[in-house]
Design a protein around this ligand. Structure first.
Ligand SMILES: *Cc1c(COP(=O)(O)O)cnc(C)c1O
Length: 365
């Protein structure tokens, strides 16, 4: 049996007639950049998410950068974020001219450890970027109370956590600004690059729209210099077709995770720990194993594709050598990076496929 890591074809097949129509409609209308399809997606995302503003942009990396610029982050500032994420979370901080300050993860949940945030706060600290990694919310109440105490802004990186929740609230609108990636493999994915930003703050919404559109709210009226980061009509139309299915897809992911967890009981692997204060949306199902590389190679031989998110935690990437960090600075992120393995996870995953993956984990001892 061959099991892909994600199966975008299966999802396309399930939506094909509607999807093909939607794409054709954009082309018939030659509404390629911004325009009615983008507007429609933005308003349906706001409605579905129950948030005041959704501002689309080119990708999830730009979304974080635009959020940082909107909050006025720049040279001389420091921004705190987690040691375990995709590099977008930290490189965008540096791009503004600010300094990245990493904090170790909680070893069970993989999200930023709120106990370790305070010791990293200085008089230059302006913001915290928690990442809802793998689809599980960071402990937002603790983060928000630290932010309040020190007057810091909070940008939630929700690239892996569309519609995830913390204590009954959807992630992305607990802090000041929430950012999303609609990269094809994410829980809600376009057919190319796409991103979005949500906020309940009118002033931020206007700044976000202006900054991502060359500093203009009206054509040729450039109030500031901005960047060019926009969603195109084709991606917006694809996302509008998929949006009504997201809650059901997240539920399927949660069910598959539960099945993996049940079947992997009593095996020498560490299964994901779910924080009961949140609602996990299982972008990724990540286990740990003493011989991760051996297990991954074994699964590959059996036709099972897996991933590692991520093989090197952010502070240990060459890109951050200049910060001079050692493994003792982030022991939990360091320990995780050589042990974590992401198993196949997508809504269309079948029971027999999950069983096949588990059988092959069991046969590798
Ligand atoms: C995917 C991802 C991003 C970046 O999204 P792109 O759309 O690829 O730019 C940012 N942060 C995290 C945690 C991600 O997983």
């Amino acid at each position: 049996m061959n099991i892909p890591f994600v199966d975008l074809k299966a999802q396309y097949q399930s939506l094909k007639p509607e999807m093909d129509d939607a794409i054709k409609n954009v082309i018939d209308n030659t509404a390629f950049i911004k325009g009615p399809f983008v507007k429609e997606f933005e308003s349906s995302y706001s409605q579905a998410y129950d948030v005041k503003h959704t501002l689309s942009c080119g990708n999830g990396t730009d979304a974080i950068y635009i959020a940082l610029k909107t909050l006025g982050i720049g040279p001389g500032d420091e921004v705190i974020t987690t040691a375990l994420s995709w590099i977008s979370t930290s490189e965008t901080i540096t791009q503004t001219g600010a300094k990245v300050v990493f904090v170790d993860i909680d070893p069970d949940y993989y999200t930023i450890d709120p106990q370790k945030i305070e010791e990293k706060i200085t008089n230059k600290t302006k913001a915290i970027i928690p990442v809802h990694i793998y689809g599980q919310s960071a402990p937002m109440d603790k983060i928000m109370s630290i932010a309040k105490q020190y007057n810091l802004k909070v940008i939630e990186d929700c690239a892996q956590a569309h519609f995830a929740e913390w204590k009954g609230e959807r992630v992305g609108q607990i802090g000041d600004i929430g950012t999303f990636s609609f990269f094809p493999g994410k829980n809600l994915g376009a057919y190319g690059d796409a991103g979005g930003i949500i906020t309940n703050n009118d002033e931020y919404a206007e700044k976000i729209r202006m900054y991502s559109n060359h500093g203009a709210l009206q054509k040729h009226h450039h109030n500031i210099e901005g960047i060019n980061s926009r969603l195109d009509g084709l991606q917006a139309a694809v996302l509008s077709v998929k949006l009504p299915h997201i809650l059901k897809w997240n539920e399927l992911r949660r069910n598959h995770a539960q099945t993996y967890t049940t079947l992997l009981n009593n095996q020498p692997v560490k299964i994901p720990k779910i924080n009961n204060d949140g609602k996990h949306v299982f972008h990724l199902y990540v286990i740990q194993h003493d011989d991760r590389d051996g297990l991954q190679a074994h699964l590959k031989e059996q036709g099972i594709a897996t991933g590692i998110h991520y093989p090197t935690a952010l502070p240990f990437l060459n890109a951050y050598n200049y910060l001079g960090h050692t493994k003792d600075d982030f022991p939990h992120a360091y320990n995780a990076q050589s042990r974590i393995l992401s198993l196949p996870m997508y809504p269309e995953l079948r029971m027999d496929q999950i069983e096949y993956v588990v059988e092959n984990i069991k046969s590798y001892q």
